[in-house]
Ligand binder design. Structure first.
Ligand SMILES: [Zn+2]
Ligand SMILES: [Zn+2]
Length: 207
């Protein structure tokens, strides 16, 4: 099971929040008459004790898992973990509020951080729709990469065409003659996109 620092912090954040309940439910612990936590079966104190008992009982595994995770984490993961911890802290200190899931509107959400440096721009999504949000981001990143490639090509084209205009006429004519040669012996029209690509390519090959 992968180590999930935020989930753990979420649990702890629940302990610190007092909520007003419309209906008082009794803690399920034997002989405890406390009020059950919102969404839980036990009162705050019993829940906190259960968390502590779990930690004590699994101290070695938890420490080993933490060490393993630490040694595997690279800088990026470290930055992401730190961003998640800051986000969890901001929520606990109530300097930030959780939003609703962007897709279904439920209030039971986790923060999805894109840029660890800008963790305050976290997007909120329920656990189910977090996956959808992550996929949307992967698509957006792929689109940005494609756009950057396109923009780089336009820059290169603009520069090359301007430079070609400055060449002596004979050299320019030579480049244009080469650019005309399309695949399998076809002649390209100067307005064809492939013609311009050829022209830039032969110009760069020459320089
Ligand atoms: Zn209790
Ligand atoms: Zn949702």
């Amino acid at each position: 099971m992968p180590f999930r620092p935020l989930d753990e912090l979420d649990d702890l954040a629940d302990i610190g929040l007092s909520r007003l309940l419309p209906l008082r439910r009794i803690c399920s612990s034997k002989a405890c008459r406390g009020t059950a936590r919102h969404g839980g079966r036990h009162c705050l104190a019993c829940h906190a004790r259960a968390v502590q008992r779990y930690r004590d009982r699994h101290a070695q595994q938890l420490a080993a898992r933490r060490r393993d995770a630490d040694s595997r984490r690279d800088d990026r993961t470290r930055a992401e973990d730190s961003a998640r911890a800051k986000l969890a802290m901001a929520l606990r200190r109530e300097t930030m509020k959780r939003g609703m899931c962007q897709i279904c509107g439920t209030a039971d959400v986790v923060g999805v951080v894109e840029d660890p440096q800008r963790w305050r721009d976290a997007v909120w999504a329920c656990r189910e729709h977090r996956q959808a949000e992550l996929e949307r981001r992967r698509d957006a990143a792929a689109q940005r990469a494609a756009d950057a490639k396109q923009a780089a090509w336009y820059d290169e084209r603009t520069q090359a065409l301007a430079a070609i205009e400055l060449l002596p006429p004979a050299e320019r004519a030579q480049l244009h003659a080469l650019a005309q040669q399309g695949p399998v012996g076809t002649q390209l029209s100067p307005s064809a996109p492939l013609y311009v690509m050829n022209l830039v390519r032969v110009y760069r090959a020459r320089s």
